[in-house]
Design a protein around this ligand. Structure first.
Ligand SMILES: NC(=O)c1ccc[n+]([C@@H]2O[C@H](COP(=O)([O-])OP(=O)(O)OC[C@H]3O[C@@H](n4cnc5c(N)ncnc54)[C@H](O)[C@@H]3O)[C@@H](O)[C@H]2O)c1
Length: 351
């Protein structure tokens, strides 16, 4: 993996791509979109870059398509359209497109170059940055994948104008996480935002990316420090998976599931990392200002705890958590007694 993260902000980087691509002597340009970014972003992207000869690959939108079958269709499509090892793939979309497209690129003919153009807030501040590519295995999140940096990530908020409000909120959740794990000041600033309009949030994209980038640069392969980015994600991923496989439940967006995970893991932090109860309560209140509370039955909770056992951060049969001892002070590899999970849900569900 290259130990370099190339992130550019601003629209002008799009128009520089053709020159860059001809210097790199790419034989063919492929653009991966999902049905929404096909509709909302592709024509603008082509008119800015002039890539009107690029081959377009389209996948169905949504986490339920972040699967091997979609990859197989795309590998076949690349092959049928004559992609060779010198071809390049541009992933134009949210985290599903950048995660899956990155994986497709890394594995096609043992790896072709790829570029990420994130079009959701979540992908801008998190998913497109840091080189984690991958897909889900059945209901288990991100079980298959590789870590490989895109050649470049180009971030510009122009795409956010068409993004639904709940998707904006989902991205905001990961930005709040950046504050919780790394900076009291950043957490304080974000938590005081009263409206989540693009015009307000866009100035915080760069600071959030900076936090993620600095962590990834220090530990690209997640041996130690990078684990802090998983705060809220151990329970959050299990909750996301559970709502995805349960057809009688409304699906949760990634950020919505992670918010619940962060509240539950704040509670666990009181008991296992010395977090002050007032801080855990403040985290809960802050999230619940923007995110609706979700009900969990006792069966739901049991199934979620079962899914926890598959978390990638586990070692042997031990479930490892990232907890916090205060805002900005994460603790990695903390093992939590199972009987605290029930209390954590009660903390989330209580008034
Ligand atoms: N690789 C990482 O480090 C990392 C980090 C965090 C999250 N993730 C992954 O990211 C995924 C979530 O990403 P996401 O929230 O971007 O989801 P997503 O890619 O599903 O996008 C959300 C929705 O917005 C639509 N959309 C995208 N851009 C749009 C635009 N400009 N206008 C209108 N609609 C648009 C998409 O079609 C989709 O319906 C999850 O799979 C998660 O596991 C990865």
């Amino acid at each position: 993996m290259q130990n370099k993260i190339n992130i550019t902000f601003g629209k002008s980087a799009f128009s520089k791509l053709p020159k860059k691509f001809s210097e790199k002597k790419y034989s063919r340009v492929f653009i991966l979109v999902d049905n929404n970014t096909n509709k909302f972003c592709l024509s603008d992207f082509i008119s800015i870059t002039g890539f009107d000869k690029a081959e377009i690959l389209i996948m169905e939108a949504g986490e339920e398509n972040k699967h091997l079958q979609t990859c197989e269709n795309l590998w076949k499509n690349l092959s049928n359209k004559g992609a060779d090892r010198n071809s390049v793939l541009i992933n134009l979309g949210g985290g599903v497109v950048t995660d899956l497209g990155g994986f497709v690129a890394c594995t096609f003919k043992r790896g072709i170059d790829f570029y990420n153009i994130p079009t959701t807030l979540l992908a801008m501040v998190d998913a497109s940055v840091g080189g984690k590519t991958g897909i889900d295995l059945g209901s288990l999140k991100n079980q298959i994948g590789v870590i490989e940096e895109p050649k470049q990530v180009i971030i510009d908020p122009i795409w956010l104008e068409t993004l639904p409000k709940n998707e904006i909120r989902s991205g905001f959740a990961e930005m709040l996480k950046h504050g919780i794990i790394s900076s009291k000041k950043y957490w304080q600033t974000l938590k005081e935002l009263t409206d989540l309009r693009v015009s307000t949030l866009k100035e915080f994209i760069k600071p959030s990316v900076k936090i993620k980038k600095e962590v990834v640069l220090k530990d690209p392969r997640e041996k130690n420090l990078r684990k802090i980015l998983n705060f809220g994600h151990t329970l959050g991923h299990a909750i996301e998976s559970y709502f995805l496989i349960n057809l009688n439940k409304n699906k949760l967006l990634h950020g919505e599931a992670i918010v619940i995970g962060m509240i539950l893991e704040s509670y666990l932090s009181i008991h296992c990392a010395g977090l002050k109860i007032e801080v855990a309560k403040d985290i809960k209140t802050t999230f619940l200002k923007s995110f609706k509370k979700i009900e969990f039955s006792s069966d739901d909770k049991k199934e979620i705890v079962k899914l926890l056992k598959h978390d990638k951060k586990n070692i042997g049969d031990k479930i490892n958590f990232v907890l916090i001892s205060s805002i900005g002070k994460p603790k990695i590899d903390v093992q939590v007694p199972e009987d605290l999970f029930e209390d954590a849900f009660n903390f989330y569900l209580s008034d």
